[in-house]
Design a protein around this ligand. Structure first.
Ligand code: GLA
Length: 738
């Protein structure tokens, strides 16, 4: 979880905190290898540097703002300001747009004070620093606090801002970026991640030239359906796995986000991440504070792979729910039964889960709604979280009892933010639904989005989880789905302040998630959104994992997992073995899912006896190798985007175990097969090379199988792990024998 903040904002009495109202010449904010240097000039705050940490304090006066060199000393006064606002001397994209009560749109922020305090980990040890800088306008009573959290070892920064309206009347916000960061390089390359249902996290790279590149979402909920809230920027060269300077950034927000990348007349790049202001001119009441989402980033000087590993460690140590905890392997019934099940069928699934050796049976959609509102398809029942008595006469307690008999844990699917018009909830509370009062409604998956800006609706959604947990304290897992964007855009709760809707909605969603995580801290929860339509670090503070995609075709999954792995650790990424692309072997499908949090969504009747035996063994291997796969360092070795193969290896934190996953996708006829050079091993140590996850009766064809080789050899010479076969996989364990 988050590092605890020792004291409240600007409380300088607390131990370890230091506070100053005197404007410092330079402000250094940083981690073990990266730093941001700010300066105060004429009371205004500017960025002088963001890059590798500078070693010699005496050099600092000579560090000049990005782009300064080409201006012959006549640079625009405001240039590289840290919190530039609309209506000031800036002619580029501002961080903030503020309309004051008299209609004036200018704001100039001046330094007021700075406070530094240690960031503490869960054990109370210092893991970094938080720096808060207070700025204020001199003419209008608005204050802006810039927050910087920096994790020393992990090299991760989290930046956000809070704007306070000190006026007696409301102000209107028209732009609200979390931060603005400037970079100075010859060339900039953006790697972005497009998305769609069953096509999540697709990577493409483009050079940024003069002007703005804006990537955003306006979907409100299921917000990442078309694009992901994270990106990479390669400086001087395209982002590359093992070399070069690269920024990896993520906007922690489940609603409408936007990132703007602007290259100016001096070829300086400004990165502005935040909430999308589209249809969101936000009215901020007197005395209220507007907090932006957090922007999480790291700078790597050794390519994307190193940046990803830093983010993975940070996410497990400080961000995702139960980041150090174990993860439950599971059997899901969605693709096996869809809506067509009863208690007996589910009891059978639970026995199958046991037979497979997984920890948990997960009951998916279709267990609720009664009579004409029964959930027998996606057309009815959402919102009515009462068990369907016809399908499940003994209710959820009956299923919990069946799970106990079968010897597995029990988990359940919910989609509590949504409602079908065909439901009791909709008939009783039409005012709880985002919907146009006077227009013909349109639907996405036959459903509507509940108005989560409304605290009553938030209580209702929290109550869905509470109701299930109160009745069934043994429930061991939730899958929390969110299948629709916001449609029929009108919030009955916001009334005339419709500009606040998208932002208050996202805040409402996060608030309910937080309450649930606080109430049931040890219950793992999977974030799902019609596949991977919601995956951001704000939500993942309250979830142990997310469902990457409904697309479980193993070939497609290799790309999807490659994409998400740039930002998220394997233990947060759920991957299931299903019947998608039956042309591939069960072994291939399982080996692909074994790279992440392993699950199955298949009936055992679909497996031969050999395949079942293979799966049991694969589950046991995955559990044994969890310290490497789930909690170790990941090295992406061979990209499916750049070859007809893919390879990734993991190394446990203690170095005792490592595992290589090698896949042949569509090799060409007589294609030269390159050896796979591993990474992250101890060059001095010796490793027993053993191919695992073999089908019963088959022997390893790996030339090095059974050999003991040094880390040095494995990293320099590598293994002949690839073959010329189509859709072929190898899982190779490397046991450290010292
Ligand atoms: C979404 C999820 C699926 C499944 C269905 C149930 O599409 O991504 O995994 O839970 O909803 O309706």
């Amino acid at each position: 979880m988050l590092c605890g903040i020792a004291v409240s904002l600007f409380d300088c009495s607390a131990a370890g905190a230091s506070c100053s109202a005197a404007a410092p010449q330079t402000i250094r904010i940083g981690t073990s290898s990266t730093e941001l240097i700010l300066s105060v000039e004429g009371g205004r705050l500017y960025q002088n540097w963001l890059g590798p940490k500078l070693c010699d304090e005496q050099d600092l006066p000579y560090v000049q703002r990005p782009g300064y060199r080409s201006r012959n000393g006549t640079y625009l006064k405001r240039s590289r300001e840290v919190a530039a606002c609309s209506g000031s001397e800036d002619y580029f994209e501002p961080a903030w747009g503020i309309v004051h009560p008299d209609g004036n749109r200018t704001t100039y922020f001046y330094f007021q004070k700075i406070e530094r305090r240690p960031l503490l980990d869960a054990q109370g040890r210092r893991c970094g620093e938080q720096v808060d800088i207070l700025l204020a306008d001199k003419v209008y009573p608005v204050e802006l606090t810039l927050h910087y959290q920096c994790w020393e070892e992990e090299d991760v920064f989290k930046l956000w801002s809070e704007l306070r309206n000190g006026a007696q009347e409301p102000i209107v916000l028209t732009a609200f970026n979390s931060t603005m960061l400037y970079f100075d390089a010859a060339k900039y390359y953006l790697t972005q991640f497009s998305s769609d249902w069953a096509a999540e996290a697709r990577m493409s790279t483009t050079e940024l030239s003069y002007g703005k590149k804006v990537v955003d979402t306006k979907l409100g909920s299921r917000a990442n359906l078309f694009r992901e809230p994270f990106f990479e920027i390669g400086f001087d060269r395209e982002p590359c796995e093992d070399a070069g300077t690269v920024l990896l950034g993520e906007i922690s927000w489940p609603g409408n986000w936007r990132y703007t990348l602007e290259v100016d007349n001096n070829n300086v790049l400004c990165v502005l991440p935040g909430i999308n202001p589209a249809a969101s001119d936000y009215t901020l009441a007197p005395g209220q504070v507007f907090a932006t989402p957090e922007f999480v980033f790291t700078l790597s000087y050794e390519g994307v792979g190193e940046g990803s590993r830093k983010l993975h460690r940070w996410a497990r140590d400080y961000e995702i729910k139960d980041g150090h905890g174990a993860r439950l392997s599971l059997l899901n019934n969605w693709e096996n039964t869809y809506f067509n099940f009863d208690q007996n069928k589910l009891a059978q699934c639970m026995r199958e889960a046991r037979d497979l050796g997984v920890d948990l049976f997960l009951l998916d959609d279709g267990w609720f709604g009664n009579g004409k509102d029964a959930r027998s398809s996606d057309k009815a029942g959402l919102g009515d979280w009462e068990v369907n008595r016809k399908k499940l006469p003994n209710g959820i307690p009956g299923l919990c009892a069946e799970a106990q008999t079968a010897g597995v844990k029990f988990g359940i699917w919910i989609e509590p933010e949504m409602v079908n018009p065909q439901s009791k909830l909709f008939r009783e509370h039409p005012d709880w639904v985002i919907m146009q009062p006077d227009r013909e409604p349109y639907y996405y998956r036959n459903q509507l989005v509940l108005d989560l800006a409304n605290p009553q609706v938030q209580d209702y959604v929290y109550g869905v989880v509470k109701g299930i947990m109160d009745e069934n304290p043994s429930i061991a897992f939730f899958k929390w789905d969110c299948n629709s964007p916001i449609t029929n855009i009108y919030s009955p709760y916001e009334g005339p302040l419709q500009g606040n809707m998208y932002i208050d909605h996202a805040r409402g969603v996060l608030s309910v998630m937080r309450r649930c995580a606080e109430s049931w801290p040890s219950v793992p929860m999977m974030l799902c959104s019609g596949g991977g339509g919601r995956c951001d670090y704000a939500s993942l503070q309250y979830f142990t994992e997310f469902w990457c995609s409904d697309n479980t075709d193993p070939l497609e999954r290799l790309y999807i997992q490659w994409g998400f792995s740039q930002f998220f650790p394997a233990k947060a990424m759920c991957a299931h073995v299903t019947s998608w692309n039956r042309a591939t072997s069960v072994k291939f499908r399982t080996d692909v899912a074994s790279m992440c949090k392993l699950g199955f969504d298949i009936g055992l009747a679909d497996l031969s006896e050999d395949e079942l035996q293979y799966c049991r063994e694969a589950v046991a291997n995955w559990k044994r190798l969890a310290p490497a796969i789930l909690d170790g360092d990941q090295y992406r070795l061979v990209s499916p985007y750049e070859s007809n193969h893919m390879a990734v290896n993991y190394v446990s934190a203690d170095g005792a175990s490592a595992v290589l996953f090698a896949y042949d996708l569509h090799p060409r006829y007589s294609e030269p097969l390159l050896r796979v050079k591993l990474r992250g091993l101890d060059p001095q140590a010796r490793y027993l090379v053993k191919e695992i996850n073999l089908m019963p009766g088959s022997r390893s064809g790996l030339a090095e199988d059974g050999l003991v080789l040094s880390g040095d050899y494995l990293m320099k010479v590598g293994l002949g792990a690839f073959t010329g076969a189509q859709c072929h996989s190898r899982v190779i364990e490397l046991e450290c024998v010292r």
